[in-house]
Design a protein around this ligand. Structure first.
Ligand SMILES: [Zn+2]
Length: 277
């Protein structure tokens, strides 16, 4: 009986790892696309990414002065628009952790801040300032694709791992001390991405949008729009500008075959903007 159990267990493990490598292979493309990996892939579980993200979520949602979250029940029209954009991206088939992360999205009512961010584990926040500043849905889809990529590629989790070391980080997550988790969340919110991570997030925004109704170069249109600003928007303080950003996005799109839709959805976007308080 024991032998049979062991045999069944081994078979199940083989099946899981075969499915895993089949999934990973489907995320490869000739333009450098691949499944997320690196140190974080070996040292941290997906659940630990979510736990890490929740340490930041708790900081945000216990501080309505700095993060006035728009209620989703009383602003259902606005949320309907942002859910549509998020779902379009998630249904592209290109988000690796589509089913593992919650991808919960919240709008922050702050018209002065041109920013958006996504914590590890897929908790997305978009400021009304950013939504109102942009001209069309494809620009916003481009920046949301960029944010989703930071979580899907596990950029912040990887950076926290480097800053704190695996032992300290996993100890904080395992012990669950509220004080330590709060400072972890605060540290996470102050994190700046590296230029390499920025370039990768731009590349994946193109991949995600490729299979949607949006122009895959939405992120390029977003950067062209914020590039015209006289003072750099908040977005660039947490997402530093790598060199040749626009050219890199164009190159990724060209490498992928220069295809996809070329819709901008300016009209529908006006309806989204006017549904915001
Ligand atoms: Zn970024």
């Amino acid at each position: 009986m024991k032998k049979l159990l062991f045999f069944t267990f081994t078979l199940a493990l083989l099946f899981v790892s075969a499915c895993q490598s089949e999934k990973d292979a489907s995320f490869e493309d000739p333009c450098g696309g691949k499944a997320p990996g690196g140190a974080v892939g070996l040292l941290m579980s997906i659940n630990q990414d979510k736990q890490l993200g929740l340490s930041a979520v708790n900081q945000i949602e216990s501080d309505p002065t700095n993060f006035p979250i728009l209620d989703s029940a009383t602003n259902s029209v606005a949320y309907g628009h942002i859910y549509r954009i998020r779902n379009n991206i998630l249904n592209s088939g290109k988000v690796y952790y589509k089913n593992e992360f919650p991808w919960r999205i919240r709008i922050i009512k702050d018209d002065k801040t041109l920013n958006a961010f996504c914590t590890p584990g897929g908790y997305i926040y978009v400021y009304t300032g950013l939504v109102k500043f942009l001209d069309n849905e494809t620009q916003l889809a481009g920046v949301m694709g960029h944010e989703i990529a930071h979580a899907d590629r596990r950029h912040s989790a990887n950076q926290m791992l480097k800053q704190l070391g695996v032992q300290v980080l996993l100890e904080i997550l395992t012990q669950g001390d509220p004080g330590q988790l709060a400072s972890l969340g605060a540290q996470l919110l102050a994190l700046k991405f590296s230029r390499t991570d920025e370039t990768e997030a731009d590349d994946y925004s193109v991949r995600y949008l490729y299979g949607t109704e949006y122009d895959p170069q939405g992120a390029k249109f977003f950067f062209q729009k914020i590039g015209g600003e006289s003072s750099p928007p908040e977005f660039l303080s947490t997402h530093p500008n790598p060199d040749n950003r626009v050219q890199n996005i164009e190159a990724t799109w060209t490498c992928l075959g220069s295809g996809g839709d070329n819709e901008l959805f300016a009209q529908r976007y006006q309806e989204f903007k006017s549904s915001l308080p």
